[in-house]
Design a protein around this ligand. Structure first.
Ligand code: NAP
Length: 294
């Protein structure tokens, strides 16, 4: 990583629901920021606030000390890192951080390729949703060398409140899979509890307020619960991305010969919703399965 006169130059690729807010915090902290998104319109707001818009990942890479990716799927990450216009080929002794939820195997492959090309690499997926990204309160789970983690920490602190290194390359993605496994069964529980309250003729908002302060409380109940009660199924987190995560987690569990019946059922229910055309709704739209049947 080259030393710049002031703050390290940061590149950010993937400016969707999460990346838009995360990149915004880095810019607000005074880092020179280069941005790139597949559909250019999503870069406009940040460019207006002072970021430099780039036409390719290569252009981001050529002038950045730290480069962050927050794209959709493992195939997107692979293209941005390893493609002919990608980061590994065009970065100059940079720290590369993938914050996309992706596969542990890909994280290990990217770290090896990055290190061979003279870069440092970290997988650092996040949890905390659209709200956590907006409020810079994400949990960030990292995998990679201690040196890469130490170098990344000042930048990660601009986006997260709970940041940990869990091991070598791939450990961040494994931790994120553990997180998604918890959420999968939790979301089924939240939807079932609210469907039951409704069928019992209770005021769902009052139920939420009461049980949200007890042992059932947590992000899915306290943040997603009110959206469900309002009938707000807009995406904070797309069903299609959750299905990607459930697929990766099930594949990893299969390799470990670990049966996870809750995760298996969640994937089945979400697959049915996606087949009904709800893939671009938020994960809380699972409630529709319980009230309409999928
Ligand atoms: P999103 O809104 O779809 O954002 C992804 C962005 O990446 C889009 O703007 C997309 O561009 C861009 N992109 C995809 N491929 C690209 C490529 N090859 N080059 C450049 N840009 C590319 O999704 P998100 O909700 O921000 O989620 C991003 C990642 O974080 C996903 O892996 C998701 O699973 C994970 N995650 C999401 C949440 C959440 O609550 N939303 C929480 C934790 C983790 P287009 O505009 O062209 O589609």
């Amino acid at each position: 990583m080259t030393e710049s006169a002031s703050k390290p130059r940061v590149g950010f690729i993937g400016l969707g629901i999460m990346g838009q807010s995360m990149a915004g915090h880095i810019l607000a902290a005074g880092h020179p920021l280069r941005v790139y998104n597949r559909s250019p319109a999503k870069a406009r707001g940040l460019i207006y606030k002072g970021a430099i818009g780039c036409a390719t990942p290569a252009e981001v890479a050529a002038s950045s000390d730290v480069i962050i990716t927050m794209v959709g799927y493992p195939s997107d990450v692979e293209q941005v890192w390893l493609g002919p216009e990608g980061l590994i080929a065009h970065a100059r002794q940079a720290l590369l951080i993938d914050m996309t939820t992706s596969s542990p195997e890909l994280a290990r492959r990217l770290a090896a390729a990055a290190e061979q090309a003279g870069h440092m690499a970290l997988d650092a997926p996040v949890s905390g949703g659209d709200v956590g990204a907006r409020e810079a309160k994400l949990s960030i789970m990292a995998g990679g060398s201690q040196a890469a983690f130490d170098a990344a920490l000042p930048i990660l602190r601009l986006m997260g409140a709970n940041i940990a290194r869990l091991g070598q390359a791939g450990a961040g993605q494994h931790t994120k899979m553990s997180n998604q496994i918890v959420i999968a069964s939790t979301m089924m529980g939240v939807c079932e509890g609210l469907a039951y309250a409704r069928a019992a003729g209770l005021d769902a908002s009052a139920v939420l307020q009461c049980i949200g302060g007890g042992a059932a409380g947590g992000f899915q109940l306290n943040v997603m619960g009110p959206r469900i009660v309002k009938g707000d199924f807009a995406p904070g987190f797309f069903i299609e991305h959750f299905l990607k995560d459930l697929g990766i987690a099930l594949e990893q569990a299969d390799q470990m010969k670990l049966p996870l019946p809750g995760l298996t059922l969640a994937r089945q229910l979400y697959t049915e919703l996606a087949e009904k055309g709800l893939a671009r709704q938020g994960t809380q739209a699972l409630f529709q399965h319980y009230v309409h049947g999928a």
